[in-house]
Write a protein that binds this ligand. Sequence first.
Ligand SMILES: [Zn+2]
Length: 337
Amino acid sequence: MSLFADLQALTAAARAATDAAKSREDLAAAKNLFLGRSGQLNNLMGRIKELPNAEKGAFGQAMNAAKNELTAAFETAAQKFAGAEKLLPDPTLPPKTRPLGTLHPLRQMRDRIAGIFGRLGFAVAGGPEMEDDFHNFQALNIPPDHPARDNAETFALVGGGLLRSQTSSVQIRTMEKMRPPIRILAPGSVYRPDAVDATHHYHFHQIEGLAVDTRVTLADLKSCLLFFAREMFGDAARIRLRPSFFPFTEPSAEMDVSCVFCGQAGCRICKNSGWIEVLGCGMIDPNVFREVGYDPEKYRGFAFGIGLDRMVMLTAGVNDIRLLTDSDLRFLRQFVA
Ligand SMILES: [Zn+2]
């Protein structure tokens, strides 16, 4: 009866192998080992001649039953892996793409403004963020007793100097290096020790414009700024200049743009005034020309300074300046150019 016992043992081993299979390949190998043409069951069948004739029929029946049972067991086990096959990628789907980076909204605004003034002949200029007293204050006609020099208004650097509190320092560096005519745009970071809240930050961004020539007038400044306002806010935009004060310009003005968000009917953005404050500007003070060795009798010029952060907030409806420096991708991804 040992052949019957061997068949029983083989059947048990084959069942164990179907349970242990961890993949379709495991299962195929096990099936071939037991049920294949030269598999173990067929080998056992070859030994049927060892049995007495009376038992051969019964053994043949037992062998067929075992084969049928194991074939069914392998098929059942194969269904375990059918799900995995479905998870393979559908070859008809478009390929996964890597997310593309995009320019920071401040950079986009900087490029947009540089493009507008570029059409008027302004070239982009740069200067250091670590400045000295002369370029940040003295040459800009900011006397030693001016409140802007207060330690609470600037970051002093260990070993002397300071972090520039305005991009106007680039005006001075440019005029030191070049002779008129000059038309430059100086974008960059500026630093003031302000407490951080929704509208203030110790690190913010300006874009400064400077034009110097022998015949530059306030009318040139005004037409230049009107062109900018219309390119930025649309053809319907109007501007107005309000008298103001900056140490390095005389006369000085704040420029407002008519509120394009409400058509001057009054809204939250213009605080119901119909006007939005956009920039500061003015005609270069003769004292600034003297500091850089230009003859104030010969040259005239104008300058303007735009808050980049404010422009982004205004045009994109951002209500918290901190979003511009927090590097939160959920925010930045909304500015895909
Ligand atoms: Zn409005």
